[in-house]
Write a protein that binds this ligand. Structure first.
Ligand code: C2O
Ligand code: CU
Length: 482
């Protein structure tokens, strides 16, 4: 039934009607909200960036990253997206439990926003937290089209003096390679190593054989010329300034397409407070591993001096770098400085626990279980789910149908030799054994992740690997309900 109804109206989202005849808008009305409206305009357009003397032709919402969008929980975001590119685009609001027709996923939730056209997104943001936005068309995510979306908690229990948004990215320079060229090369598979070699030589990097003690096997499949923190490369690092003794909340977002980062601050521990927007029981770590699409909030208490903030590209022997300075005269750390915090093993989600009733689901048993397998491999670049490549033209083939009100248990097994960051739209799930609430989770090779979520947000939701090259070549599926 899902298949017949839903795409009967692969029609403009605003007119998407649920099978019982209720417009999707009714789900939004039930959500309630403060009535307070924040507006934003995002113009997707070509931009030439100067990255420490290297010129990169890319696409961005005015700057990379885009200016932060900030509003309160329960408020409404009205965002007009103007497409000044010569190709289709859209904007997806990663992690937000929003009305389905505003999720930004052509052709599942809306028609693409054509070249020269505009689209008005309007939705309530129900849950406070650290989120972000990016296009959901092709591999556009790997351009500079992204920004942070911060939903503030009117009853914030966490005390801090300052807040820094930290966005990590792996960066193709747009000269030696664009995301679309990389996708084409990868999709051609290893059978065509010739072309592939050539491209990665031009990028000044080698391709295969990266291993990671945290991620196992191949840590990633594309090497990038540059790694950015808040749009800035190692040679022109972002400077954060503060006062010694200040407690700073870091909102860390991995906007990269193909890189997990191990993040640490020299001379400082991190207190992890939130995973993907939801509170966890605070845990002290030296470093945190953050996969593509994931967010962590952490607090640090600033020391006196100048300190390196390092985002090590896991398994790739490259890094993003920024400087934290609390004393004007202190000597800046070198970009290649080694810090003991990076080699800590205290990283990842395993030791995180949901903090409170907002983050923890009730102990109710699941009404339905869905098991899926991540499949495929580098050799043929045949990434898929349950051995099947997602077909954008028939997105509801092999969709998983659930019912509103159910507690759903999702078991995701990684049958491949490589790790994948799995992401579910429109919901956050909870890891088993009182684990963290998340919407994006790293799954190591040959491991299984079990999570529960409540089907309380009707619509057609995609779930996919957040390695955008894997998602685009087929590691995507749909979970839908009315
Ligand atoms: Cu960052 Cu399908 O999303
Ligand atoms: Cu993947």
């Amino acid at each position: 039934a899902l298949a017949t109804v839903a795409l009967a109206s692969c029609a403009p989202a605003a007119t998407w009607v649920q099978p019982d005849g209720t417009p999707v808008k009714d789900a939004e009305r039930r959500r309630g909200g403060t009535g307070k409206v924040t507006t934003a305009t995002l113009a997707a357009a070509p931009l030439v960036l100067d990255l420490a003397g290297k010129t990169a032709a890319t696409w961005a919402f005015g700057s990379t990253p885009a200016p932060v969008i900030r509003l309160g929980a329960g408020d409404t975001l009205q965002a007009t997206v103007r497409n000044q590119l010569d190709t289709d685009t859209s904007v997806h609001w990663h992690g937000i439990a929003l009305r389905n027709d505003m999720d930004g996923v052509p052709p599942v939730t809306q028609e693409p926003v054509g070249a020269g056209a505009a689209f008005d997104y309007e939705f309530i943001v129900p849950d406070p937290g650290t989120y972000w936005f990016h296009p959901h068309v092709g591999v556009q995510l790997d351009r500079g089209l992204y920004g942070a979306l911060i939903v503030e908690d009117p009853n914030e229990p966490l005390a801090y003096d300052d807040e820094w948004v930290i966005i990590l990215d792996d960066w193709l320079d747009g000269v030696t390679a664009t995301p679309d060229q990389v996708l084409e090369e990868l999709s051609a598979g290893m059978g065509d190593m010739g072309g592939m070699d050539d491209m990665f030589m031009r990028m000044g990097n080698t391709l295969m054989g990266a291993t990671s003690d945290l991620l196992g096997g191949d840590a990633g499949d594309v090497y990038y010329p540059l790694y950015l923190i808040n749009g800035k490369p190692v040679d022109d690092p972002t400077q954060f300034t503060g006062k010694p003794g200040d407690r700073v909340r870091l909102r860390i977002i991995n906007a990269g397409s193909d890189t997990a980062f191990r993040l640490a601050v020299g001379g400082h521990g991190l207190t992890i407070t939130h995973s993907d927007g939801f509170p966890v029981t605070p845990v002290e770590v030296d470093s945190i591993l953050i996969g593509m699409g994931e967010r962590y909030d952490a607090t640090i208490t600033l020391g006196d001096g100048a300190f390196p903030l390092i985002a090590q590209a896991e398994g790739k022997r490259a890094r993003g770098f920024a400087v934290i300075r609390t004393a004007a005269a202190a000597t800046a750390p070198a970009a290649d400085v080694s810090i003991p915090e990076l080699s800590s093993s205290r990283v990842g989600t395993a030791q995180l626990l949901a903090a409170d009733s907002r983050a923890a689901l009730s102990s109710r048993q699941p009404d339905r279980s869905i098991a899926i397998a991540l499949t495929g491999g580098m050799a043929d670049y045949d990434w898929g789910i349950d051995g099947r490549r997602f077909d954008m033209t028939q997105p509801l083939d092999a969709a998983h149908e659930i019912r509103e009100g159910e507690r759903v248990r999702l078991t995701i097994t990684n049958d491949t030799e490589m790790w994948h960051p799995f992401h579910l739209h429109g919901h956050t799930y909870q890891h088993q054994d009182d684990g963290p609430r998340k919407d994006t989770s790293i799954i190591l090779p040959k491991q299984t992740l079990t999570v529960d979520f409540d089907a309380d947000n009707p619509g057609l939701w995609i779930a996919h690997c957040h390695n955008i090259y894997h998602a685009e070549t087929g590691m995507t599926t749909v979970i839908g309900y009315r």
